[in-house]
Design a binder for this molecule. Structure first.
Ligand code: PMP
Length: 426
């Protein structure tokens, strides 16, 4: 079979490492070659060969309004015509910052950056500066961008101290990262207490999406808040996925927890490169030029990105956006569970709001250890079967799929009926 996507991938592989600009796009987890996307429209993407798919990737989260939402396209065009970047303050960025501060009570001040990686990297620097401590604690299976100190997970046997996930991360940096398991109350409490004297921050995806969706168990985030407060350690919520996704006030609003610092990305940029970190005023006022903690960016607060972000947040603020997202998410979960039953496929669905994961081969996923027991070979076959049915899913078992405001019940029904046909033939 030869397709335009295949041809493009061969050409891309000559000039781009692995043919992609971000590894998970290469489909290594499911096999085959990636689709090259030509365009998107509402709930659909079209590949380079002109085939149409119902999209549940949503560019990995940002596209809560679907592709090329008219309000976003219009805002981008309007701003682009006025200039794309100035490297000087603009009224628009004040408006977006004020919206973020209004939406998230824990965020008194916010700094706009260009990627989620930059947001978490900067939040960690600030946490270290504010506490005068060096260590950070993260959860195995949580992803916070490719920041050196966060590109670490437990190797077998290395239960509490970090080993780098990638060559190029200095061991000395990885050694400062303490690793624990998400939803492990005792292990987490013990690690925070053990390292308290030198622990600057606990960073967490309040609803992990990067090991597939794993909801926090009741009381887990509350425990993190209590233990970090006691240890004088800052609690950093990485809401790059969950911010404006699981509620207007993010996971912190949905679960009623007040972190010290918050990282945002994806939805806040409305599909353009934009992210942010913010939190308590006494902490944020340490950021340069208000304070000594250096942080900067040529394209930070880029006016075109900010315009797209504002248009997206306005659409989310008006009407019943989150009721609708929850309703669609609930429908997707219910229909996929029914398909698992009807096809007697071992599996389960984890969901918070409009982010969900269908795990195959495991019947309950509460932790990273549960997630990695999933049948990834079966998932690969499911992924390709769904693609042939015109459904575009994240190309890995360990990712979240998203429903958006561009989806209708009929698209969720198409998803379920495709899954029914695909899973009936394991
Ligand atoms: N934090 C989380 C929770 C993420 O999911 C991601 C990216 N998927 C990041 C941080 C990094 O964001 P970016 O890819 O924009 O650097």
């Amino acid at each position: 079979m030869s397709s335009e996507s295949e041809r493009l991938f061969a050409e891309a592989s000559r000039v781009i490492p692995g043919g992609v600009n971000s590894p998970v796009r290469s489909w290594r987890a499911v096999g085959g070659h990636p689709l090259f996307v030509a365009r998107g429209d509402g709930p659909y993407v079209y590949d380079a060969d002109g085939r149409r798919y119902v999209d549940f990737v949503a560019s990995w989260g940002p596209l809560v309004l679907g592709h090329a939402a008219p309000v976003v396209v219009e805002a981008i065009g309007r701003q682009a015509a006025l200039g794309t970047t100035f490297g000087a303050p603009t009224a628009l960025e004040v408006e977006l910052a004020a919206m973020l501060v209004e939406a998230l009570p824990s965020v008194e001040q916010v700094r706009l950056v260009s990627s989620g990686t930059e947001a978490t990297m900067s939040a960690l620097r600030l946490a270290r500066a504010a506490t005068g401590r060096d260590r950070v604690l993260k959860f195995v299976g949580c992803y916070h961008g490719h920041v050196d100190a966060l590109l670490v997970r437990a190797g077998s046997g290395a239960l509490t101290l970090g080993v780098p996930d990638s060559p190029g991360v200095p061991k000395g940096v990885a050694d400062l990262t303490v690793l624990v398991d998400f939803n492990d109350f005792d292990g987490t409490r013990a690690a925070i207490r053990r390292h308290a004297a030198d622990l600057a921050a606990v960073i967490v995806e309040p609803v992990p999406g990067n090991m597939g969706v794993v909801p926090p168990e009741a009381g887990f985030l509350e425990m993190l808040r209590e233990e970090t407060a006691r240890a004088g350690t800052l609690l950093v919520f990485d809401e790059v996925i969950t911010g404006f996704r699981v509620a207007w006030a993010g996971a912190q609003g949905r679960f009623g927890i007040t972190p010290d610092l918050t990282c945002l990305g994806k939805i806040v940029g409305g599909g353009m490169p934009l992210a942010a970190f913010g939190g308590r005023r006494d902490l944020m006022s340490m950021i340069a030029p208000a304070g000594p903690v250096y942080q900067a960016g040529t394209l930070s607060g880029n006016p075109v990105s900010v315009a797209a972000g504002i248009a997206t947040l306005r659409a989310l603020r008006s009407g019943d956006a989150y009721e609708r997202l929850d309703r669609l998410g609930t429908l997707a979960e219910r229909r996929l569970r029914a398909v698992l039953d009807e096809t007697t496929t071992p599996g389960t669905v984890n969901r918070v709001g409009s982010m969900l994961t269908l795990f195959l081969g495991v019947t309950a996923v509460h932790s990273y250890a549960d997630a990695v027991r999933a049948d990834t070979a079966r998932f690969g076959r499911y992924f390709h079967g769904m693609l042939a049915e015109g459904i575009y899913l994240p190309p890995s078992q360990f990712e979240a799929m998203f429903v958006s405001l561009a989806h209708e019940d009929e698209h969720v029904e198409q998803l379920a009926q495709a899954a029914q046909r695909v899973l009936a033939h394991p």
